[in-house]
Design a protein around this ligand. Sequence first.
Ligand SMILES: CC(C)(COP(=O)([O-])OP(=O)([O-])OC[C@H]1O[C@@H](n2cnc3c(N)ncnc32)[C@H](O)[C@@H]1OP(=O)([O-])[O-])[C@@H](O)C(=O)NCCC(=O)NCCSC(=O)C[C@@](C)(O)CC(=O)[O-]
Length: 314
Amino acid sequence: MSAERLPMVVPAADLPDRVRIYEVGARDGLQNEKGAVPTEVKAEFIRRLADAGLTTIEATSFVHPKWVPQLADAEELFPRVRDLPGTELPVLVPNQRGLDRALALGADRIAVFASATESFAKANLNRTVDESLAVFEPVVRQAKDAGARVRGYVSMCFGDPWEGAVPPHQVARVCTALRNMGCDELSLGDTIGVATPGHVRGLLNLLDEEGVPTDEIGVHFHDTYGQALANTYAALEHGVTTVDASAGGLGGCPYARSATGNLATEDLVWMLHGLGIETGVDLDRLTATSVWMAAHLDRPSPSRTVRALSHKDQ
Ligand SMILES: CC(C)(COP(=O)([O-])OP(=O)([O-])OC[C@H]1O[C@@H](n2cnc3c(N)ncnc32)[C@H](O)[C@@H]1OP(=O)([O-])[O-])[C@@H](O)C(=O)NCCC(=O)NCCSC(=O)C[C@@](C)(O)CC(=O)[O-]
């Protein structure tokens, strides 16, 4: 069974022809896992994701190992995968030390991660919002000088577990600061998965007014309230063509306990292919990869599409 083979009732109008899936399973998906996942399993996961047709795969983070112990093997992992043909492998860096570690290994896709709220900036980076932006400024400049492409994440774009509803102008301010320092693209994070399509439209409209080009925006939804696909659809209608997702719906955030898994890549691909939107992803191979990873993690994937496709009678 595949979504594109079902009779298409109404072809998608005003939606993009192609979506770039920015796969975060190996980083965002695994960073919260309690048990240490062996480095070679992570490397094999990334290779299998590439083999399934994903061309942007966030590999790991060069953060402090005490803050995210699961990713303490970044130095061992990155060299095992960095030469995968046709694959971009972004890595997260929180500061100069992280950038130095990443550049020393030849990383050419860098992501810094800011927050729209003070509480999460403190919990995640041990800095205020402005202090963390000041840390990122020279990091972004140096990464660009080294020829890297830089993404700027903005977390807590809609709701925050400590501060509640997040005013959109707070998000716009951080987006503008990241663009001004040279970030090539932004990723709007609904870190705790509370947004609905109305909120997504509201924020994207405000970013339009603030002069943030839609083609520089990616969306990063968590599925805590089951809204991630609906939110993605709203973003596509607005013209967004980069969508973050995590194979098998792995994920959460160690510094935002109420965050559950990311939007599952398989659920996203099922919807996009059903809309006639190209992704380049082979859904069967991707599903097989998530089933393989679920066996390593010793629990079933939360993705509905993985569950449906991995039952032989579906
Ligand atoms: C930023 C820090 C380091 C500040 O942590 P800090 O304790 O303030 O660090 P510091 O600058 O005071 O330095 C203390 C020591 O750490 C070392 N250090 C400093 N930096 C590094 C580094 N990069 N790599 C290795 N070591 C490092 C540094 O060298 C020093 O060593 P000492 O001199 O004491 O021996 C810490 O808060 C941190 O690592 N935070 C990362 C948290 C994280 O990774 N969170 C998850 C990613 S964000 C996310 O998941 C959300 C997202 C992106 O998916 C989108 C969404 O859903 O919203």
